[in-house]
Write a protein that binds this ligand. Structure first.
Ligand code: ADP
Ligand code: ADP
Length: 231
């Protein structure tokens, strides 16, 4: 579903060149729940930005759902945007819009071909916010805001849900609820989930597989059940 082949990213400095990613190779299969774990500075955000087309790798190829991501081709960017839904640490909702309209926005942008209202009500029900559709983000709790973020990300039926520190701004109880919701969505839809985090507990609670990053490299890539076993 996502394939990174020999991805490197370097930032030229005053004196030397800084390597944020070095020869990263990663294949994520359809339907997997993969955690990408690493300390601050490990290169996680750089990796996310390369997958969602915000920056171009210095070397290597990104392939999403069998198509190379060429940032010079609008069609390739549009296809990637349709394939990947994103959720964020700080939710990134539009504060002047209701819950309903926040979820509607990606449907409008994508010119959703079917009944938008039906789809929005379906999404509200999926994330448990049917009774909050006319509220504004400012009157919602953090957990509810992230539920809106999840509904918005799923609106156009993406194949991948890319989660960038999506529970890091939430208290532990709320974070657990959000992880449970993601598991339920995975069971219902089979969406591939890629969860970027610095929190090992989150990976343990959600993921089947963990990819550990350090210093711009993948240092471990293993089924979660094997991660904590030491001979
Ligand atoms: P993480 O998300 O795991 O904290 P990042 O991908 O944000 O890691 O950063 C990896 C390294 O790349 C860090 O040392 C960071 O300082 C460096 N870096 C990230 N973006 C830039 C940039 N635009 N210019 C220079 N260095 C950068
Ligand atoms: P478009 O202009 O993209 O066709 P509309 O704004 O006309 O979309 O809305 C589509 C449907 O959603 C309509 O049936 C409308 O009544 C309904 N709708 C819009 N906003 C809300 C809302 N806040 N709560 C409930 N239904 C809404």
């Amino acid at each position: 579903m996502i394939e990174l082949k020999h991805i490197s990213k370097s930032y030229p400095n005053k004196k030397t060149t800084f390597h944020a990613l070095e020869d990263v190779n990663l294949t994520i299969q359809p339907g997997e729940i993969v955690g990408i774990l690493g300390y601050s500075g490990a290169g996680k955000s750089t990796l996310v930005r390369i997958i969602n087309g915000l920056i171009e790798p210095s070397k290597g190829v990104v392939s999403i759902d069998g198509h190379d991501l060429d940032l010079h081709k609008q069609q390739a960017i549009d296809r990637m945007r349709h394939t990947i839904g994103m959720i964020f640490q700080h939710f990134n909702l539009i504060h002047s819009m209701t819950v309903y309209d926040n979820i509607k926005l990606p449907l409008d942008i994508a010119k959703y071909p079917q009944d938008k209202d039906k789809r929005i009500l379906e999404l509200l029900s999926l994330v448990g916010l049917s009774d909050k559709k006319d509220m504004y983000p400012k009157s919602l709790s953090g957990g509810e805001r992230q539920r809106v973020g999840i509904a918005r990300a799923l609106a156009n039926h993406p194949k991948v849900l890319l989660c960038d520190e999506a529970t890091s701004a939430l208290d532990q109880k709320t974070a657990t609820d959000i992880l449970d919701l993601l598991k339920q969505i995975h069971q219902q839809t089979g969406v591939t989930i890629v969860f970027i985090t610095h929190q090992i507990e989150v990976v343990k609670a959600l993921c089947d597989r963990v990819v550990v990053m350090d210093g711009g490299r993948i240092v471990e890539d293993t089924p979660i059940k094997d991660l904590f076993v030491h001979p």
